[in-house]
Design a protein around this ligand. Structure first.
Ligand code: AMP
Length: 412
């Protein structure tokens, strides 16, 4: 059965058809009827499961059912990162393309002026990151008095990024009579408590095992000495004949260095992290989506919620700090149940963290060795930043050997 069974407006069905959605995903099946009935929702869906349509289609249906002549913000979606906000905006716009509903995303890192102008002319569904939304609220360039539906997306990441106080502030601006949906891949105690305060008799929508890895992913581990990581990465990529690859590193600096390393190996790549300007980030993401770059190197926060079709592989250059981050990272591949592979390069120093991840996943992941790779190569006399920093994987980012050198020279 397709989307017709939900009783959606023909304009929405037309859009869904044009997008080529043949049948609802499990979360859409589970959530759409409850959301349309007006219930609050506590959703713990896996990443890339079709969550945006699960809340977006019922929101649009509601706005169409009770048509307002004037455009005012009747639905608010809060998202932790700019990239995710832009992606939600794009999806919602595609669902709304045959209606007159206006969708706008507002986030920091870009000028506030055009956002003000668009808000002034009227918006029906607002997607926002918490900080920029509060800027607009403080300057009275938006009001939330007409909000009927509030969606808090990726709540656990909001918590990680320290956005909980901002969210509490935003809640004060919202009418108490509203429908609320909270989505979170994991439910740490702070989120459970926020949910209790925000939601009324929520329906729990859980797709798959909470916080488990997305289906269709094949994981493998490539153990090697820390100093061999820069050599094994291009070797793995060559062996696999990889196409669209997303590589994660632990720090922004390491992301930059991996980018350089790949450029040396003549692999077209772009780097995405928090120190990049919004323009650079958009260029990286768009270039990757268009296939201009084979590889996108990113840190966890920058890659949060990325939705790029057909990522064939995720490679963890460094073991992620927490099992939750592992689940989020590999959720970038196998989106909407496409198959994808996730590989993690693990140094002996990182084995403990890797084992914690395996316990979380409830499975021991296969250890793979590359043929024709010299695992015995000694460390170079002078270590590069990448080789050295990978020894300390859980502690804070260290000032690298290479970045310290200019300072020492100046002293001399
Ligand atoms: P989301 O979890 O909302 O970010 O969606 C992940 C990806 O799945 C996006 O590229 C959507 O366009 C796609 N998608 C969502 N729902 C469906 C569906 N029912 N059939 C096929 N693809 C879908």
């Amino acid at each position: 059965m397709s989307f017709e069974k939900f009783g959606l407006d023909p304009r929405l069905l037309k859009a869904v058809n044009e997008l080529g959605y043949e049948r609802p995903t499990p979360i859409q099946d589970a959530a759409i009827p409850s959301v349309m009935a007006g219930n609050d929702i506590m959703g713990s869906a896996q990443t890339g499961t079709g969550k945006t349509a699960a809340f977006g289609l019922p929101i649009l249906q509601r706005l169409l059912d009770e048509h307002h002549k004037k455009h005012s913000v009747r639905a608010l979606v809060l998202s932790p990162t700019r990239e995710l906000a832009a992606q939600i905006e794009e999806s919602l716009r595609s669902y709304a393309c045959h209606t007159r509903q206006r969708v706008l995303a507002v986030f920091g890192g870009v000028s506030i002026v055009p956002q003000r102008e668009k808000l002034r002319t009227g918006v029906d569904i607002l997607v926002a990151t918490p900080g920029r939304l509060l800027d607009h609220l403080d300057h009275h360039t938006v009001t939330l008095n007409d909000v009927e539906v509030f969606v808090l997306d990726e709540a656990d990441r909001m918590l990680d990024m320290g956005f909980l106080p901002d969210i509490r502030r935003v809640l004060h601006y919202l009418p108490t009579k509203r429908q609320t949906m909270l989505f979170s891949a994991t439910i740490p105690p702070e989120i459970a408590s926020l949910a209790r305060g925000m939601l009324k008799d929520p329906i729990e929508v859980q797709v798959g095992v909470r916080s488990s890895a997305a289906v269709g992913i094949t994981h493998a581990i490539y153990p090697c000495a820390a100093h061999l990581k820069p050599e094994i990465l291009p070797a793995i990529m060559k062996e696999l004949g990889t196409r669209q690859v997303l590589i994660f590193t632990r720090t922004k600096r390491r992301a930059d260095r991996v980018g350089k390393l790949l450029s040396k190996a003549v692999i077209r790549n772009a780097v995405l992290h928090g120190d990049r300007t919004q323009k650079q980030r958009i260029a990286a993401l768009e270039g990757f989506k268009r296939g201009q770059f084979e590889v996108l190197v990113a840190t966890d926060i920058a890659a949060r919620g990325l939705d790029v079709e057909n990522i064939s592989h995720v490679i963890n250059f460094d073991v992620p700090g927490t099992p939750e981050d592992y689940v989020h990272r590999i959720g970038r591949t196998a989106r909407a149940e496409r198959r994808g592979d996730a590989f993690t390069i693990v140094s002996p120093e990182e084995e403990m963290s890797m084992r914690a991840i395996e316990r979380h996943l409830g499975q021991v992941l296969p250890r793979v060795a590359l043929r024709d790779f010299n695992y015995e190569a000694p460390p170079p006399e002078r270590q590069t930043g990448l080789q050295r920093a990978s020894v300390n994987t859980t502690g804070p980012a260290r000032t690298s050997f290479t970045s310290r050198r200019p300072k020492l020279r100046r002293k001399r």
